[in-house]
Design a protein around this ligand. Structure first.
Ligand SMILES: C[S@@+](CC[C@H](N)C(=O)[O-])C[C@H]1O[C@@H](n2cnc3c(N)ncnc32)[C@H](O)[C@@H]1O
Length: 284
């Protein structure tokens, strides 16, 4: 006799079952706030501020080298900088210490509050907003978008943001951006795993974390977290893309930049076939 599974999909598990049953299409979002979530942003800020952990920001010592290198590319000790996705202002602080004026944009209220409180003054401002929704004027000597966030955006949003960045730069200004290459995903395998936490990164209360790794055509990758608590179920889709060096160069040149030079990281390392990162330095 066939055993009938009685799954009442109007029940609380409907959302969970549907999420796991259906892989999203590439770059589909769930609309659930991640960076700006009241609790997750607290966990995230602790990661940003840990000088050695590399999950939200790079190691702080690496940032020191990055800022020294970028300043050497600028070839001057003052000017206006736009930091897109500035987090708690860790790069901003370093540039400000060298004499630059910073505008930091981030849509994590908690990070912006931290940056404003610690580094905000008459020269340095931190704005809580989605950087895709701002029209920038031609006033920046440098725009940075650091820690591989460009590939997190859908291809349409990447194009829209590049146009805004280009417009926001002075003639001769620099845009510095880093992205993952496919080497970053050499070990990436499709998988579905389940973990239980009493409390942790995602929630203060007990939760189950169903993590899905899924690779898509054209070097697109999804890391999806479905977090189930006693009360609710929420899913976070984190996308990224493994860029070929010539691919990112072409996209940036097509935006109108006069020159694009590629490096192996944001301290100016040589680009090799093995590097997991490409850093592009673009001059308007
Ligand atoms: C991986 S963290 C990197 C933070 C910083 N650039 C660093 O390296 O320390 C990405 C940051 O970008 C912000 N972010 C992501 N998408 C954004 C958007 N559309 N508008 C504004 N901020 C955004 C997040 O809130 C987060 O602080």
């Amino acid at each position: 006799m066939d055993k009938k599974i009685n799954l009442d999909l109007s029940a609380p598990y409907k959302k969970t079952v549907e999420t796991i049953a259906n892989k999203p299409i590439a770059y589909e979002t769930t609309g659930t706030p991640f960076w700006d979530d009241e609790y997750i942003s607290k966990s995230m800020l602790a990661l940003h501020l840990n000088p050695d952990v590399e999950s939200a920001s790079r190691a702080h010592e690496f940032m020191d080298y990055s800022v020294d290198w970028i300043v050497s590319l600028l070839g001057k000790q003052d000017g206006r900088i736009l930091d897109l996705g500035c987090g708690p202002g860790l790069y901003a602080k370093r540039f400000a210490d060298k004499g630059f004026s910073i505008t930091g944009i981030d849509f994590s209220q908690r990070s912006i509050a931290y940056a404003s409180e610690n580094y905000g003054d008459e020269k340095n401002e931190f704005i809580y907003q989605d950087y895709l929704t701002i029209d920038y004027d031609e006033k920046y000597d440098l725009v940075i978008l650091i820690y591989c966030d460009f590939g997190v955006l859908s291809p349409e949003n990447r194009m829209a943001l590049l146009k805004k960045i280009y417009r926001g730069l002075k003639h001769g200004g620099l845009f510095v951006v880093d992205v993952f290459t496919s080497n970053q995903y050499k070990e990436f395998t499709d998988s579905l795993t389940v973990e239980y936490e009493n409390d942790g990164f995602w929630r203060a209360d007990p939760y189950i974390n169903i993590k899905r790794n899924a690779s898509y055509p054209n070097q697109n990758y999804l890391v999806q977290y479905t977090i189930i608590t006693a009360e609710d179920c929420a899913t976070y889709n984190i996308w990224n893309h493994g860029f070929k060096p010539q691919e990112i160069k072409k996209v940036l040149l097509n935006t109108g930049f006069a020159s694009v030079t590629l490096y192996g990281d944001v301290t100016g390392a040589n680009l090799t076939d093995e590097t997991p990162i490409v850093c592009a330095v673009c001059r308007k």
